[in-house]
Write a protein that binds this ligand. Structure first.
Ligand SMILES: C[S@@+](CC[C@H](N)C(=O)[O-])C[C@H]1O[C@@H](n2cnc3c(N)ncnc32)[C@H](O)[C@@H]1O
Length: 171
């Protein structure tokens, strides 16, 4: 059967800002500067990455402000569909952070939908296990990227800038 999946339509945000979403953000205490990147710009930015990097199963990709996963989805699509990397490797080598839990939930659900469409051997439970580790709801300023974990209280208290940041946040 022909695969009718189209990444351009999948990443199309033209009807995205529903009234419900807009009012949810208006009433939020956090000003998260939320704006999701449309397909045409995601594509242009991804085109700047060298083909050998897309094709390298050992390369890791990181999206520190995932939003609803526009870039994450494009990265997975390219690596799996265009560069024949198996879906588990593509997901295992992709890392993302996002501040808002509803964006994490939406992003994860879109990742499931993408994998269901482009990877016949996709297993949702395995995908969830990988995403529990790699796709995290956290403030990236308070994240240790080298060790992929939150900074400990001890680390925050021993770093002047981090300490000030946390103090400011609590106000
Ligand atoms: C401008 S949007 C961009 C989303 C996505 N990168 C895209 O291009 O479609 C910024 C996103 O970063 C998140 N964000 C803002 N501050 C953050 C922080 N300190 N740590 C992690 N995520 C943050 C917001 O919730 C929002 O979803």
């Amino acid at each position: 059967m022909e695969n009718k999946f189209g990444i351009e339509q999948f990443l199309d945000l033209s009807n995205y800002a529903t009234d419900e979403r807009v009012s949810r953000r208006k009433n939020s205490e956090v000003n998260s500067q939320e704006f999701f990147t449309p397909y045409s710009i995601v594509k242009r930015m991804c085109d700047k990455v060298a083909p050998e990097d897309w094709a390298d199963p050992d390369k890791t990709f990181c999206e520190p402000c995932m939003g609803n996963a526009q870039f994450v989805l494009m990265i997975l699509y390219r690596r799996i569909h265009e560069y024949n990397i198996d879906w588990q490797t593509a997901l295992n080598t992709l890392f993302a952070l996002e501040l808002m839990q509803d964006n994490i939930d939406e992003g994860r659900s879109r990742i499931h939908e993408l994998l269901r469409n482009i990877s016949p051997d996709y297993d949702p439970e395995v995908a969830d296990e990988i995403m529990d580790r790699n796709i995290v709801c956290h403030d990236f300023f308070l994240w240790n990227f080298d060790e992929w974990r939150p900074y400990t209280d001890e680390e925050i208290n021993s770093d002047k800038k981090l300490k000030e940041y946390v103090k400011k946040k609590k106000k």
